[in-house]
Unconditional design. Structure first.
Length: 201
């Protein structure tokens, strides 16, 4: 089986790059590398999710699942320095890059640690969980994550997901409405990407 960016320890030869991007009105410097998702630029879906996110009224930390080298979590953390932002990924190379990028952008309100989906997340009561899920890992894996996210959210907490229509946005909407018992809001729909938001009652 070919290696994916959600491998724990990518074997592909390191090929680091550095570049800047403007997210949520702030210029952030990113170091990236081979073996991580979208190493050459902030991918369109992650950028759309980062820009669309609105801080919920609920108190509590925010969780970025599958943080990669950090574009979503770090841009949100820079926007809301009063909140703690947890950033997790199974990919150890990505986590090392995320920690480096937090440091070089002077973003201090983050906790970055390994987790295969939510298995390594011991905190509960998150105000929001954001994810650009690894669709290629399979629908069962992604749906199991949605179930875990529901349990990790505080009442009134929000799950934010970016997903393409061709990658199963309609089935994700149906599963989230069944799981959360609430309508799923399509916050943004652009170039085949959906930004979905659902609130835990």
């Amino acid at each position: 089986m070919s290696e994916h960016y959600y491998s724990r320890d990518p074997k592909v030869k390191s090929d680091p790059k550095e570049w800047s991007a403007v997210l949520r009105g702030k210029t952030l410097r990113f170091k990236t590398d081979a073996g991580v998702f979208s190493k050459g630029e902030v991918d369109f879906g992650s950028r759309l999710l980062a820009e669309a996110f609105v801080l919920p009224e609920s108190e509590g930390a925010i969780l970025d699942v599958g943080c990669g080298y950090g574009p979503i979590g770090l841009s949100v953390a820079a926007s809301f320095p009063e909140r703690s932002i947890h950033m997790v990924d199974v990919n150890e190379r990505a986590l090392s890059l995320a920690a480096h990028n937090a440091g070089q952008n002077a973003v201090e309100n983050v906790e970055i640690y390994p987790s295969d989906a939510l298995s390594g997340v011991t905190t509960n009561g998150f105000a929001a969980i954001l994810t650009n899920p690894p669709i290629r890992a399979g629908k069962e894996t992604v749906f199991n994550f949605y179930e875990g996210a529901f349990l990790k959210l505080v009442a009134g907490g929000e799950l934010w997901v970016v997903i393409q229509k061709k990658q199963g946005a309609p089935s994700t909407i149906s599963r989230l409405e069944e799981l959360f018992g609430n309508d799923v809001e399509t916050v943004v729909k652009k170039r085949g990407y959906y930004i979905l938001r659902v609130v835990k009652s």
